[in-house]
Design a protein around this ligand. Sequence first.
Ligand code: MG
Length: 249
Amino acid sequence: MMPVMIIFDVDRTLTRSKLPANSEMVKALSELLATKRVGIISGDSLSILKRDIVSLLPVESDFGNLFLLPTSGAALYVWKQEDWHEVYAEILTGEDTSKIGGMIRSACEETGLIDLSAPSYGERIEYRGAQVTLSALGQQAPIEEKEKWDPNGSKKRALRDAIARLLPEYDVKTGGSTSVDVTRHGVNKAYGIRRLSEHLSIPISEMLYVGDALYPEGNDEVVGETGIATRQVSGPDETLQIISEYSNG
Ligand SMILES: [Mg+2]
């Protein structure tokens, strides 16, 4: 299959955990944009996607072919007239966010896994408009610390389960290596892909999804609901290989 559009996860697919895209990746994406539409979907906020990927792309890149889906697909941004414009954003209300924040705190206490009064690397609970994210060690925690904290992902899953029990009317998903994301019910990467397909009038059957966590319980697994073709990668090096397969047509 030659897809007309390729959608990439970010963390451990385009980038190493929470690091900016490297120069090879930036070059490969820019080349891909010359012939294909490219989607980038991530639990990160729009500002982080801009900082770690978009702002690093060469200025001559075809940004009109680039589509940004931050906060796990809860919002879509397109490039028009030299700027990013919102197509939709499933913003949480003030009532939603205070309830979600409160329940996240209860889950931290209940599981005993996070002491919210202890120092952290930046905020632990971040309000990203369409999503509330809990980062176990704080938003700016170094990757080595994160890997040490939860090498097999069991703490992250226990937190996810505890939060989901307290917030049955929302979607609660594991995010990056130490994070849990809460969005409106039904708003997730599959939702983002469906909205993107509608917006561009490109059938999902002509799209390809590339991610590192398509396995059961992984944070890319949900895209399978849409029937999109997928490629599993172990990290950015394999993603570069896949991009090179599709860069010339
Ligand atoms: Mg990932």
